[in-house]
Design a protein around this ligand. Structure first.
Ligand code: MTE
Ligand code: MO
Length: 383
């Protein structure tokens, strides 16, 4: 593999693995703006960043169990109605390092910033599939297709040098309300190489692994994608499963991410002056579920205050308000008087009343995914 042509990156990123390049911004980059700047957005790769330079000749094939297969150029894709969807992308491995502290897990370590919120611009996958003869809201195509597979142009060792791939159910792909995009813009600018230039999939509300970058082909298939990242990775196992007794076939690929919330304005341990302490952070849930509430405790979990929640300035966040972004994260803020050393804790509740698990031990899993345990930071009061 060739890592000599990687793009330039922001010096503030904390590098978790150099080749492939995996990096996250400092915590403070997350709560400071509702839309995460592109250069500070986490980068998660499984191989070298591919170079697609002949944009005139670039095309995506859309084929498989469809009536009317097509090769689509960027011009064809840009001709479809353009949508801007604000959506949070979160890697299933976010907060893995903290899970590894109870018992070691396998995978790239991440602090709390393998997540970001961006405005993705592009065509709806539902419109693209209509072009090849699959109508909106189809759970099956005429010839029996039930899943949509995305294959990339990159190469990774997990696929023995083959491309990265994933799939989603056809019913989600053909549902315009699911907002699955073929995105060519991120925050109003052309997608950059790190994030999938010239075209990537964005599946809102679903773990980042299904949002395939550097898209090469879309195939309507009968069974879900059999690729490594669908079948041998990104599955959730109970704490009893270890590397000796694992049977990958007993679990389904993880799709929606569960309710999550993190304090970003403080580090793991902090020194503060006695008096008012304000904490801020993000909360997000998958599947289009909104954030109903964020609870913050300034006394190690003995008592709780409700945090204020917001997305856009001047518009209070309410999970079913049309002015709020369904797929976007929610920022929160809470203030209290702190006079003794303490642990500050945050936990969120989503619009289906799902709550986060209190302890990481209870959700420990050998791949270290979906650490959504209550987020805790230590505070020492100095005078
Ligand atoms: N797509 C390709 N082609 N190759 C990859 O390695 N990584 C996936 C997904 N899409 C990946 C990919 C994973 S695990 C995540 S979390 C997101 O991309 C990360 O997207 P980002 O780098 O734009 O933040
Ligand atoms: Mo990921």
């Amino acid at each position: 593999s060739d890592y000599s042509k990687e793009p330039p990156r922001h010096p503030c990123l904390q590098i978790n693995s150099k080749e492939p390049f995996n990096a996250e911004p400092p915590r403070s980059a997350l709560f400071r703006s509702y839309v995460t700047p592109v250069d500070l957005f986490y980068k998660r790769n499984h191989g070298p960043i591919p170079i697609v330079d002949d944009i005139e000749r670039y095309s995506v094939s859309v084929s498989g169990l469809v009536e009317n297969p097509k090769m689509l150029s960027m011009k064809d894709i840009r001709m479809l109605p353009k949508y801007d969807v604000t959506a949070t992308l979160q890697c299933a491995g976010n907060r893995r390092t903290a899970m590894s502290k109870t018992r070691t897990v396998k995978g790239v370590g991440w602090d709390v910033s393998a997540i970001g919120n961006a405005v993705w611009g592009g065509a709806k996958l539902a419109d693209v599939l209509e072009l090849v003869g699959v109508p909106k809201l189809s759970s099956s195509s005429k010839s029996g297709g039930k899943h949509v597979e995305f294959v990339s142009v990159d190469r990774c060792k997990e696929e023995n040098g083959g491309p990265y791939a994933a799939s989603i159910p056809l019913i989600q792909a053909t549902n315009p309300e699911a907002d699955v995009l073929l995105a060519y813009e991120m925050n109003g600018e052309p997608l950059n190489r790190d994030h999938g230039y010239p075209l990537r999939v964005v599946v809102p509300g679903v773990i980042g692994a299904r949002s395939v970058k550097w898209l090469d082909s879309i195939t309507v298939i009968a069974e879900e994608c059999q690729g490594f990242f669908m079948q041998k990775d990104y599955k959730m196992f109970p704490p009893s499963v270890n590397w000796d007794n694992i049977n990958w076939n007993t679990r389904r690929p993880q799709m929606d991410f569960p309710v999550q919330c993190v304090i970003c304005s403080l580090e793991e341990s902090n020194a503060v002056k006695p008096g008012k302490v304000t904490v801020s952070g993000y909360a997000a849930s998958g599947g289009g579920r909104g954030i109903e509430r964020v609870d913050v405790s300034f006394d190690c979990g003995k008592s709780w205050v409700e945090a204020s929640r917001y997305q856009k300035p001047g518009i209070p966040y309410v999970s079913d308000d049309e002015r709020c972004d369904k797929w976007g994260w929610v920022l929160f803020e809470a203030t209290a008087d702190v006079h003794t050393n303490t642990e500050i804790v945050a936990k969120a509740v989503d619009s289906s009343a799902n709550v986060q698990p209190e302890n990481v031990e209870d959700i420990w899993n050998l791949r270290g995914i979906l650490n959504t345990s209550w987020h805790r930071v230590q505070v020492r009061v100095g005078h």
